[in-house]
Design a binder for this molecule. Structure first.
Ligand SMILES: *[C@@H]1O[C@H](CO)[C@@H](O)[C@H](O)[C@H]1NC(C)=O
Length: 345
């Protein structure tokens, strides 16, 4: 009888820490899996570019500035026409103070060039400086912040990579984008995406939340997001600007932006996270694995950067609770056995 009693509780006792761990994991997933449904409720008008573009035909477009070859029509913002050596950009005027956001971009890259005789592509930016022309898809090199490149032309002829190719880069102003290598040495992750000359609408989504950066595409006319990039440990400040730029060289394309919609993500932050000055964060990436490993990992869910203070606290608390419960049950069992032993002998 005593043996059975003990066995029962030993079984429960060994399961308890797993159960508690499961609770923690579920809790983490709730925080991580906060996906926006794209409802306009949390769309930030001041950071969004939508039809009909305000101030079309006049020089005043209060929320956005544009430079270079960019022209506005009622249906699209054309960063470059399908002509050689053009570059254009469009930049949000208001700096973004949101810690967690998701950007949806509808774009259209199209032109008369045959396979691999078109270029160069579009870059989407979240950077400290705005409206500064340069050699990286029409914008400045050695930038501070985040870039997503929709690269339609392989400059590196030795590459086995299939283009168009989407890649991301985080820069603190120190790194140069190497055009001849299509930025391969500085990219964090990327994917091939057949995003050019499509007859249907093409979209890209960038989500940044709690250090996790996700890029998704909707380019197959299926009305669903497909994962392209998912990396953790990305640190970006608030107070930077959203923008888009494009460039053509010897080869060209029309690079059109139809819309850019910014959504606020409702995400909890710990008091420590709230207390730091987010405008002072240096753009950086703390990769736990090699960047390439991130691309093929289909789950990606638990790769959420280093444990933050409250997660460690929760884990320790659970472990402590587990130990206490085990100790109490053990003591009770021991006591019962002692009593039984007394009676039987
Ligand atoms: C910028 O990044 C480079 C390379 O990752 C690093 O060596 C350097 O310390 C960083 N600078 C700052 C100011 O964070």
């Amino acid at each position: 009888m005593a043996a059975l009693y003990k066995k029962d509780h030993g079984w429960l006792c060994s399961l308890l820490p797993f159960f508690l761990l499961l609770l923690v994991v579920i809790r983490l997933q709730v925080v991580i899996g906060d996906v926006t449904d794209g409802s306009s409720e949390h769309m930030k008008r001041e950071h969004s570019l939508i039809k009909p573009y305000q101030g079309v035909g006049s020089s005043s477009m209060p929320l956005w500035d544009f430079g270079g070859s960019t022209i506005l029509t009622s249906q699209y913002v054309r960063l470059t026409p399908d002509e050689r050596s053009r570059e254009g950009s469009i930049w949000n005027r208001a700096s973004c103070l949101l810690k967690d956001w998701e950007l949806h971009v509808q774009f259209h890259i199209h032109g008369g060039g045959k396979k691999n005789l078109h270029g160069d592509g579009i870059a989407l930016w979240y950077t400290r400086d705005r409206l500064s022309p340069g050699p990286v898809f029409g914008s400045k090199d050695k930038f501070h912040g985040l870039a997503i490149f929709l690269d339609t032309y392989p400059n590196d002829e030795t590459t086995e990579r299939v283009f168009p190719y989407i890649s991301v880069m985080v820069n603190n102003g120190s790194m140069e984008y190497e055009h001849g290598k299509d930025g391969r040495s500085v990219e964090l992750a990327g994917c091939t995406a057949d995003l050019r000359n499509q007859k249907h609408d093409t979209f890209l989504a960038v989500r940044y939340s709690r250090g996790r950066l996700t890029v998704m595409t909707d380019i197959e006319d299926k009305n669903e997001w497909k994962n392209c990039i998912d990396i953790s440990g990305v640190r970006l400040p608030t107070g930077y600007f959203f923008g888009a730029s494009a460039a053509t060289g010897d080869l060209s394309d029309n690079h059109d932006i139809i819309s850019m919609k910014l959504f606020q993500l409702m995400v909890e932050h710990t008091p420590e996270e709230e207390n730091i000055d987010w405008t002072k964060i240096e753009p950086s990436v703390n990769l736990l694995k090699s960047p390439k490993d991130n691309v093929d990992d289909p789950t990606g869910n638990f790769r959420n950067g280093p444990l933050t203070g409250w997660k460690i606290f929760l884990l320790l608390l659970c472990a402590l609770l587990g130990i206490i419960v085990c100790a109490v049950v053990g003591a009770v069992v021991f006591q019962k056995r002692k009593e039984k032993n007394k009676r039987f002998y």
